[in-house]
Write a protein that binds this ligand. Structure first.
Ligand code: TRP
Ligand code: ZN
Length: 464
């Protein structure tokens, strides 16, 4: 109501100013930020008009009832004059929203929390959004039939929280597209006996009156899909690996299988650092739950999440994502091969360095698959549909493209490209076009035909 009156008044000012031939009025009116960051594969994900610099989330979770209570404080910066904006939020009840301390009007529409501002926010200015909310979180089901988001585990075991590609909105109001990266403070209160594990460093932990509170801090920018706050009756191990604090949380049912593999984490991190440049983050670790039904692991920043005890290849894969995906993040989901192709290629290199097949042999083996194989079902540089995001080509053909690149430019240029890629885009974003341009400039070669063939051509390329 107030807003409509305001707009009407503003329109009058415009009309009068127009008659007088004056420039725009001194008070900017602003328009509503776009609903969605403009990604063709997930049009509603993310929000136009703002950048979230920091999230402070305070959560309380009851594994028995699966009830989540939350307070989210978003420190944001306007990227246009704003009369309102949307946040991503799926399910859950919103009790109250304030902007800079003032209660504001809001609406719910699909996976959106729509906020209307009484007083517009001007382009470039900082503002604070606080949302009180709660309810029973449910994961979203994606086009490929898998689900992501806050996933309660059977019985009162706790929850597995993995948000790729759009599940962050199932547990906190967010700018959920990877184009926006933010730092995080995540505080979670759970019944005594449970541990809540998030990203980054555990600042404090205390138990009183039957409840335990865990305060986590992630100091490096993070895409919302990489945030987690998993809850379980974990077996926790904390140790230092050189200067890196390591925190692993493992469901006791997976401990026997997990411990031996997780013991290798420091070795995997230092081996990958030698290939990809310094480990990007100030902490490391793992979260291992006990629920094969989930069917995937996720490279949650600093502390990957596994649905069961990982094998060594999976550990190598999720650890490689810390460079490729987490530190250097995609700007459009169609670039997913920059995550999955690289993490798969890390597995190939690890295997080769430990007595397995060479990447060249793996390339040849895969290339021998018939043209009807799903390996050739879409070009990894342009999946075209959300349902294909995590299909075989994004992983295997993406890794094949990297081996083709390596053979075309030689080892020295190839490893130079990888290190410059992670250094130049550290804590930021990278696109396929930027990777192709960097590869061409480091190698001094025209690589357009190579990328056209391996990333963008439909079907099985006719020549390897
Ligand atoms: N990115 C995960 C990996 O390490 C896989 C993944 C995340 C996934 N979410 C998914 C796979 C949803 C299938 C469906 O490979
Ligand atoms: Zn992966």
């Amino acid at each position: 109501m107030t807003n409509r009156l305001f707009l009407t008044a503003a329109a009058t000012v415009f009309a009068v100013a127009g008659l007088l031939g004056a420039a725009a009025p001194a008070t900017p009116v602003g328009t509503k930020g776009a609903a969605g960051a403009g990604d063709p594969l997930l049009p509603l994900s993310g929000d136009g008009g703002l950048h979230v610099r920091h999230y402070a989330l305070q959560l309380a979770y009851q594994p028995k009832t699966q009830h989540l209570d939350g307070s989210a404080v978003l420190s944001a910066t306007a990227t246009q004059d704003l009369s309102g904006f949307d946040l991503d939020l799926s399910g859950l009840d919103v009790h109250r929203v304030t902007v800079d301390g003032q209660v504001v009007a809001f609406d719910r529409a699909g996976p959106k929390l729509e906020i209307t501002l009484d007083r517009p926010v001007t382009d470039g200015s900082d503002f604070t959004v606080a949302v009180d909310y709660g309810g029973t979180p449910h994961p979203v089901v994606d086009a490929d039939g898998t689900s992501d988001g806050w996933t309660a585990l059977p019985g009162d075991q706790g929850a597995f929280v993995a948000g790729e590609p759009q599940g962050a909105m199932t547990w906190f109001p967010c700018d959920g597209h990877p184009t926006d990266k933010s730092t995080y403070d995540v505080t979670v209160t759970v019944p005594q006996g449970y541990t809540a594990v998030s990203n980054g460093v555990l600042r404090t932990q205390h138990t009183a009156a039957g409840r335990s509170t865990f305060r986590w801090h992630e100091s490096a920018p993070m895409a919302a899909y990489l945030a987690t706050a998993s809850v379980g009756r974990f077996d926790v191990r904390e140790y230092w690996s050189r200067r890196l604090p390591v925190y692993t949380a493992v469901d006791p049912a997976e401990k026997a299988d997990a411990d031996g593999v997780l013991d290798q984490l420091p070795a995997v991190i230092s081996w990958e650092s030698s290939l990809f440049g310094p480990y990007p983050f100030d902490s490391a670790g793992a979260i291992v739950v006990h629920d094969k039904a989930i069917g995937y692991a996720l490279e949650t920043q600093t502390r990957p999440l596994y649905d069961e005890a990982p094998d060594l290849d999976t550990l190598v894969h999720e650890t490689a994502h810390q460079w490729f995906g987490d530190s250097v993040t995609i700007t459009q989901w169609k670039d997913i091969w920059l995550n999955e192709g690289f993490a798969t290629y890390a597995e190939w290199m690890w295997d080769a360095a430990h007595g397995g097949a060479s990447p060249h042999a793996r390339l040849a083996q895969l290339y021998a698959r018939p043209a009807t194989d799903q390996l050739w079902s879409y070009p990894p540089g342009d999946p075209g549909q959300l349902a294909r995001l995590f299909g075989v080509p994004s992983y295997a053909r993406g890794a094949m493209a990297l081996q083709e690149l390596r053979e075309a430019v030689g080892d020295q240029a190839f490893f130079g490209i990888l290190k410059r890629w992670t250094a130049e885009h550290r804590y930021g974003h990278g696109t396929t076009a930027q990777f192709a341009a960097l590869s061409a400039s480091v190698s001094g070669k025209n690589l357009d035909p190579l990328f056209a063939t391996w990333l963008y051509s439909a079907g099985k390329p006719t020549k390897m």
